[in-house]
Design a protein around this ligand. Sequence first.
Ligand code: PLP
Length: 359
Amino acid sequence: MTNRYRPTWAEINLDHLWHNYQEAASYVPDKVVIPVIKANAYGHGAVEVMKHLYLHGVRFYAVSLLEEALELRKIYDDIDILMLGPVMPKDLRICSKNKIEFTVYDMEIAKHVLHSKYPLICHLKVDTGMTRYGITEPNEIIDTIDSMQASSHVHLKGLFTHFATANDNEEIYRKQLDQMSMIIKKIKKLPEMIHISNSSSTFKYEFQIPYTTHVRLGISLYGLTLDIDQPDIKPVMQLKSKVVQIKELKPGDCVGYGATYCAKENERVAILPIGYADGFLRKNKTGSVEIHQKKYKIVGIICMDACFIKVDDQIKVGDVATLFGGIITIDDVARRLNTINYEVITSISSRVPRVYIKS
Ligand SMILES: Cc1ncc(COP(=O)(O)O)c(C=O)c1O
């Protein structure tokens, strides 16, 4: 839904997005950065993000779902799209027709691919220890690669794995890397694309990995990381809303459902038209928002479409509140909610319009 009327929006800075892409690329100068734009580009708007990167010459994108892949394919015919999530055997025909590259994630789908009558482009995923999608047994991996390379209708374009702990446990990370390196050594003819790093691994380890050709950049494309050593990346999303009403409270007046906040003295409460149905979750009630570079506390319970802010005399109807992405960072909100920055940005719902800014 595009909603142009409500005074609540997520501002998406496309200059920052491109800056982040280039920053990652500068860490891996001889490799290609694949933007991961699944889950609506982590909430930033997959189509707009892709269009902006396309203008800068990016031609390879990764998503999770076939629906996401087809949405992109409708727009550009000259891009490569890799679907990282599981493909269903019945959908191989659609992948073939729309040139969607998909993941071979177990032996069952490998059989369907080999027995298919359609021309298919795929990437084989190796499970090196994440225990999610991917084939674990080295013999099965090698046999599948051999069969696919011998097939006339299958183009085995890539080989990849995914790390579980690139940002927080080097020992487990190294075990996965060793497993991948061991498998790479056994392969007679490597596919043209080998990609194993996510954002954290791109910045921290990719320069040491000789056999890869691409990296898959998700969270850091959007200016965020879980690493303590931050690369020079800039957050892309700011969540904003405008004060639509101000209530002058007298001592004893209470605010919102459950009347959980009651004024002890004369107070002013500003109402913002944003609530948990927008992805501004109820647990945010312990936090603040920014208005005119100053923090103001959220009071009462967050409603589906609105929340309440205790303000001073400086604040008036029409003032812009920044809920995150300004002096209150996305990471501050993640800490407040006891979660990770990924969840904060992907939770912003589709009824919040995305407003794109670029120089
Ligand atoms: C297979 C795969 N590759 C790459 C990524 C991007 O990871 P990150 O956002 O940590 O860069 C993801 C995200 O979850 C993923 O599932």
